[in-house]
Design a protein. Structure first.
Length: 229
């Protein structure tokens, strides 16, 4: 499993083409047709990167990017602008509001994938691309692989991010609110019970033996530890 990409594009033909190319590369592609729908998708899941069309119905893509970069909860999401504008001042405007890159239409699939991967590499936090292994669970951030005792497991994007956070912060208790901030992103408004749902899913993915590493600390929250309670 690779990174999750939120594509904000109102033209069905471009949606289909980009989705097909990125899915072939192994990315999890989420779609939004305008800025309002993009905010709905962000409330459900924080993507690893956003591809945003400059000209969207209603709130423009450039205004959407500006708002996201001003919001603490979404400011760190890399954004690549898709634009038919070729004038230098418009490209500069996109970069000035915080966009990480831009791609001018028409573009080749190879160029899009190459630039997307380059932005993802630049935006990976220090240390987060280092493999980690605890209690027989091996997590490879570069390939987004999770194996248990050498066997690959199928894990959803949110459960992956939750597991990565736990494995890079073992033996510490985190409240539901802290996990929402760290895994879903500060400023993303979802119910705290959402954490419980994904904890159950993560334990199921890890199996009976390894799921016990995700421990419930009554009255406090959750921790990931190989120590027995």
């Amino acid at each position: 499993m690779q990174a999750t990409i939120l594509l904000v594009e109102d033209e069905p033909e471009i949606q289909e083409m980009v989705s097909r190319v990125l899915a072939r590369e192994g990315f999890d592609v989420q779609l939004a047709g305008d800025s309002s729908e993009a905010h709905q998708r962000l409330a459900e899941q924080v993507p690893d990167l956003m591809l945003v069309d400059w000209m969207l119905p209603g709130t423009s893509g450039i205004d959407l990017a500006r708002r996201l970069k001003r919001d603490e909860g979404t400011a760190e999401i890399p954004i690549i602008m898709l634009t038919a504008r070729t004038e230098e001042d418009n490209r500069v405007q996109g970069l000035e509001v915080g966009a990480d890159d831009y791609i001018t239409k028409p573009f080749s699939p190879r160029e899009m994938v190459a630039r997307l991967k380059a932005v993802l590499r630049r935006s990976t936090p220090p240390g987060m691309d280092t493999p980690v292994e605890i209690g027989g669970i091996h997590l490879d951030p570069v390939g987004h692989w999770v194996t248990i005792d050498g066997e690959s497991v199928n894990i959803g994007p949110t459960e992956y991010r939750l597991l990565q956070f736990f494995m890079t912060h073992p033996d510490r208790v985190y409240t539901r609110e802290q996990l929402l901030d760290q895994v879903w992103g500060a400023g993303i408004y979802v119910e705290e019970r959402t954490v419980d749902v994904h904890i159950r899913r993560l334990r199921k993915v890890l199996g009976e033996a390894h799921g016990k590493l995700v421990q419930t600390v009554r009255g406090a929250g959750y921790r990931f530890s190989t120590r027995q309670q």
